[in-house]
Structure formats: C-alpha cells, structure tokens
Design a protein around this ligand. Structure first.
Ligand code: MG
Length: 388
C-alpha cells in the first residue's frame, strides 16, 4: 500500500525536497495533494509531474491561471485558505506534511490533526504558537506528530527503543553566519549577510531566524512539546559543522547522538517512512572529511532572541505566541530594511512586555493574541521607540 501524501507548502524548500524524496520511492509514496501560497508557476510544473488528485493555491487571484494551465489533466483545482484545511482532511490522505511558513501553518495543522492524519511537521511555528493545544488535540485524535526538523528528527531517532525518561536534550546549532561577529558588528549587518547560511539552504524566513538564533529558540520550544520536557532540560550547543544533528542524555549518563551530512531529505524521508528506513542515494558521511567536530556554548548576550525564547517558554500561556507574532513582524521589517539587525530583538522584547499575558489560552485566544502582538510590534517599529 502506497502512502498518500498531502504537502502543504509544496513550492518552498521543504516542499520541493519532499517531492524529491517521493520521486525516489514511487513504490512507497504517492502525491495526493499539493498546496502553495503564491508560486503558481512552480505549482503547475509540480502538478504536471506528480499528477496529484488536488492542487490548491492560497492566493485566489492566481486561481484562473492554475485552472487554465491544468485543464487537460484530471486534477481538481481549488483556491483559498479554507481549501488548504479541506485538503488536509481528505479521506484518502495518510500523511499531511506541513511545510507552510510561520503562523499560517496553525489552522491547517489543526484540521489535519482533527481528521486523525499522520502529521509530518516541518512548520515549527505551529508548536511555538499553540504547543499545548496541538499536543492535546493530537492525543485526543490519535494523530501522530512526527518531526521533520533535522534536530527533532535526530532526537526522535535517538529515542527509538527507549522507555526511560529523558534527562536532557542537547540541541545542536550551527551558530549561523554571525557566530564569529562581535556584538557591535551586528549593528551593520545587512539582510544579504543574514541570508548566507553556512550549512543549510532554506527559505528566507527561517534563514533570518537562524542568523538571529530565534530558529534555535523556536526549536527549543518545539522540543519541549514534542518530547514532553521542560525548557531547563533543553541545552543549546553550538556545533558549527552541523554533523551531529542533536543528542539525548539519559538518567544513567548515557548520551545518544544522530549524525549525518546536513541534508533535509533524510529527516523528511524518515518522517514519511517511519518506522521503517528506506534506501537512499543521499551522499554518505565520511568521517575523514570532518576530523574535528567542535562545540561551544551559545552567546545569549550577542543573540538575545534565544534568551527571549527561553523566557517566553518558561512563562508559558500565550507568551510564545506573542514571541512568534512579534518575530514574524520584525523579520519582515528587517527584510524590507525598515529596522536593523539588533533592533529585531528589542522590538520583540517590548512586544512581550506590552501584549496582554494570558496563562490559559485556547484557539480563539491564540488568534486574538497573534493579531494583537503583530499590531503592537508594528506600532513599535512605526514610531521607532525601540531605541529609547
Ligand atoms: Mg532545524
């Protein structure tokens, strides 16, 4: 039986690599649905190659172009945000791979969980924003949430066969392009500097998040929800070679690690084929090419994003949602040259101080919090009070 896959966010970096994996295993997987936000040309090419049952373009203005381009094929063409949620619930779909960017992944992920699908989770913001809600719904609906993020896939692989509680997770980080910069140098870095990631090739949002280390902060939060640990049990460790993808320490002092070359296709494939491992033609790790693996503590003073993420997770409630909303606004503002690199964390910090803290949140509260925090962050940027 082939597993039928719906890819939400098919035209992004994770989406296209997922299609690579599926193309290498046509006897195991079948593309059932593809969705994209704007990139209609690529979506058309993907649909013509993989012949899914359904394609969805979130941007309704591109619907006619998509419909016209696929009119010779028996593919259903839908448009709009609600159609993405509908696709995630279609009866024949076995696995929903969520690779949308940021907060936009929350609603379709909830829809897929409510339909009891296997979730291959690449959209970490979903767990950052509403981790308690997502984990509770996943349990209630018996929907397994399998990590696609390389670090969490590593932790998940280390936990296979283990029944004992985790003592500590050691979450590795490349350190990003500014690892060796002094704090004062960060004042002058540009978006082009930030978009040069040393090891991983990814979309713009996550690359900026990696340069500020917010990505690692989000991954710490993601790890807390996926593996039921506290923020105090997650240690971020800078490992510039990105060969050890993360580690788990157990109560007898044993440490397990998962290693490999930095290639997202491996964690994608593992999530799709779990609990089996499939053959792959991915390049193999040669230890003689990496004869020194190095480790250092992250510089929280230079990268305040990371300590803001710890602070948000320790506070709990809707605070991680506020953190995420403010971060989406500052990343967008940085990419549009409205603020500089160091101002990003100051805007987030002030948004966390100003937005209303709610200890017990439900879906409606998360939606409200997201809107409110975005408005506050926009206002702070607009009147430039972050340099006071
Ligand atoms: Mg990662």
């Amino acid at each position: 039986m082939k597993r039928k896959i719906a890819i939400l966010g098919a035209t992004g970096s994770i989406g296209t690599q997922t299609l690579d994996v599926i193309a290498q295993h046509p006897d195991c997987f079948e593309v059932y649905a593809l969705t994209a936000r704007h990139q209609v040309d690529l979506l058309i090419r993907q649909a013509r190659t993989f012949l899914p049952e359904v394609v969805v373009i979130a941007n309704e203005q591109k619907y006619l172009q998509l419909k016209e381009a696929l009119k010779d094929l028996p593919i259903k063409v839908w448009a709009g945000e609600d159609a993405i949620c509908q696709v995630a619930q279609l009866a024949p779909v076995d696995i929903v791979l969520t690779a949308m960017v940021g907060y936009s992944g929350l609603k379709p992920t909830i829809a897929a969980i409510e339909a009891g699908k296997i979730i291959a989770l690449a959209n970490k913001e979903t767990l950052v924003v509403a981790g308690d809600l997502i984990t509770r719904l996943a349990l209630e609906n018996k929907a397994p949430v399998l990590p696609v993020d390389s670090e969490h896939s590593a932790i998940f692989q280390c936990l296979t066969g283990e029944n004992s509680p985790i003592e500590k997770i050691i979450l590795t980080a490349s350190g990003g392009p500014f690892r060796k910069y002094r704090k004062e140098d960060l004042l002058h870095v540009t978006k082009n500097d930030a978009l040069k990631h040393p090891n991983w090739s990814m979309g713009a949002k996550i690359t900026i998040d990696s340069s500020s280390m917010m990505n690692k902060g989000f991954e710490m939060i993601e790890a807390c929800w996926l593996f039921d640990v506290s923020p105090e049990q997650v240690q971020v460790l800078v490992h510039p070679q990105s060969i050890i993808h993360s580690m788990v320490q157990f109560r007898d002092s044993s440490v397990k690690a998962q290693l490999g070359l930095p290639d997202m296709r491996l964690p994608i494939q593992y999530a799709l084929s779990y609990p089996d491992r499939l053959e792959s033609s991915f390049p193999r790790l040669s230890f003689s090419d990496f004869n020194s693996l190095t480790f250092e503590a992250p510089d929280m003073e230079k990268f305040p994003h990371l300590s803001l993420a710890y602070q948000a997770m320790k506070q709990g409630g809707n605070m991680p949602c506020i953190l995420n909303a403010a971060n989406e606004i500052v990343v967008d503002a940085f990419l549009k040259d409205r603020i500089n690199f160091l101002q990003m964390s100051r805007v987030i910090e002030q948004t966390m101080q100003q937005a209303e803290f709610i200890a017990q949140a439900d879906y409606e509260i998360y939606v409200q919090t997201d809107q409110e925090a975005r408005a506050i962050a926009q206002e702070i940027i607009g009147i430039k009070i972050f340099d006071k």
